[in-house]
Design a protein around this ligand. Structure first.
Ligand code: SF4
Length: 460
């Protein structure tokens, strides 16, 4: 048995170097014991593994290294061994990393997703409290992560709160920033962190001003935000009161949200996109790889909305990059529309599919899923304010119009939208890909191009 001792729970470099040497020696996963300790002694219980008799070096896909960097931060003690098992498998089958039906790949992807979510939670739910520290002001926050994400998140807090002196206390370690240097300290307990303080009222005021009733889903909120986070957040005391007046505030909020970003639309869009990465408003986030947000210039005059990401979009985290996206690009070029000048998004931001063997087969989102995801589309519209929104297919048309319509009944004419601007309905390019008859494909493709031209012309 080889024993590998890593220096810390998030010691990615230690794991990577050891795993590389062991895999070169083709050491089976069952012969390795991974452990975390204070001293990096005894990196290998059996030094023979490092002998140059090992076979030639091998290459692993970049995607595996990205996956490993996230999975290492997971709290599951099995993570080192699981990653190593996949690494050894990739030597023989480098494409295995792309096989979303592979149980090991899926398990590791799921772990990486939990880590990403924990990183997001720390950024979203951590709250600083002001304390006097030797005549200077210091901000201190307490946070209990589920995974080993504190170091990985440090850069985010340094960048965001560069001008403040702050400390983040966690049960695993503490971080201290003095405006110039980031230092690590020992683990802390909740008792080390201050309770309520003068800026608590400011937080409450701020929260009340940004409270967003359109996103309100108290059941999911409680599930997503465990009570340990609620205790850290002064604004939670306001939730009950705010919920009571939610509907009345929603309309006013939607009208004023765009003005409130102080003209920094691109910054607000980036914040929105980052927030969507942690969305759990519906169950579709669970099997999908990641949120696929819209993309394009934030001052675009035209917004194109498809149904949902496909298999390739789900992996690339970009809309319209798969076969339907390529068909869309071609039609846009023929219609004389500059693809780089428009904003493209989907009615539903996570890939819905049914696993079938090694493949993931597209599944149509239902009404509940479309409604759950409407929030993100509304926010994209609020920021971009497109003069023309083109709905590609029935799901997008339903999202745009807030009701079920048939493509044949709504197609090819400008529709005034209640929230401003015009709408236009046409088919989704994947419809063209599914047609079995070549002549029909040509006819429908020509009609699709004409629809796109019509939408562009209606803008002039
Ligand atoms: S599909 Fe939309 S609402 Fe559902 S989890 Fe994804 S982003 Fe959130």
């Amino acid at each position: 048995m080889r024993v590998v001792t890593l220096t810390s729970e998030d010691d990615y470099e230690g794991w990577r170097d050891a795993a590389r040497a062991l895999a070169q020696g083709r050491v089976p996963p069952s012969e390795i014991l991974w452990q975390v300790g204070d001293a990096p002694t005894d990196l290998f219980g059996d030094e023979a593994v490092l002998e140059p008799a090992a076979p030639a070096a091998f290459r692993v896909p970049r995607a595996f290294l990205d996956l490993a960097q996230s999975v290492i931060l997971h709290s599951d003690p099995q993570r080192f061994a699981l990653l190593y098992t996949l690494l050894v498998g990739l030597i023989e089958q480098p494409r295995r990393i792309d096989d979303r039906a592979d149980p090991l790949v899926r398990r590791l992807e799921e772990m990486a997703k939990h880590v990403r979510r924990d990183i997001h939670k720390m950024r979203a739910f951590l709250r600083f409290r002001e304390v006097e520290d030797a005549g200077t002001v210091r901000f201190v926050a307490w946070f209990e992560p589920e995974h080993h994400i504190v170091r990985a998140n440090a850069r985010f807090f340094v960048d965001r709160f560069a001008a403040m002196h702050w400390s983040i206390l966690t049960p695993e370690l503490s971080l201290h920033w003095d405006g110039e240097t980031l230092a690590e300290g020992p683990p802390a307990t909740r008792a080390d962190a201050p309770e309520g303080d003068p800026i608590e009222e400011m937080w409450k005021t701020y929260y009340a001003s940004i409270f967003n009733p359109a996103r309100l889903k108290t059941g999911a909120m409680l599930k997503e935000m465990p009570k340990k986070y609620w205790k850290n957040m002064p604004e939670t005391a306001l939730v009950k009161e705010l919920v009571a007046g939610a509907r009345a505030r929603e309309t006013a909020m939607v009208q004023t949200a765009r003005d409130s970003v102080g003209g920094n639309i691109a910054g607000a869009w980036e914040a929105l996109r980052d927030e969507a990465k942690g969305c759990t408003r519906c169950h579709l986030h669970k099997p999908a790889t990641q949120t696929v947000f819209g993309e394009g210039p934030v001052d675009a005059r035209m917004l194109f909305m498809g149904e949902q990401p496909g298999d390739q979009e789900d992996l690339a985290a970009r809309p319209f990059v798969g076969p339907a996206g390529q068909m869309f690009d071609r039609a846009m070029a023929e219609a004389g529309i500059d693809r780089s000048g428009v904003y493209v998004t989907n009615a539903v931001k996570h890939f819905k599919f049914e696993p079938r063997g090694k493949r993931r087969i597209h599944a149509k989102p239902d009404g509940g899923e479309i409604s759950a995801c409407r929030w993100w589309y509304e926010q994209e519209r609020l920021l971009i304010k497109p003069e023309m929104t083109v709905a590609l297919g029935a799901t997008a048309a339903r999202q745009m119009l807030g009701k079920v319509v048939t493509i044949s009944g709504a197609r090819g004419r400008a529709i005034e939208l209640a929230e401003g601007g015009m709408g236009w309905v046409t088919v989704h390019p994947s419809f063209l890909l599914r047609l079995p008859d070549k002549t029909r494909v040509e006819e429908e493709y020509a009609a699709f191009v004409e629809d796109l031209k019509g939408a562009a012309k209606a803008l002039c």
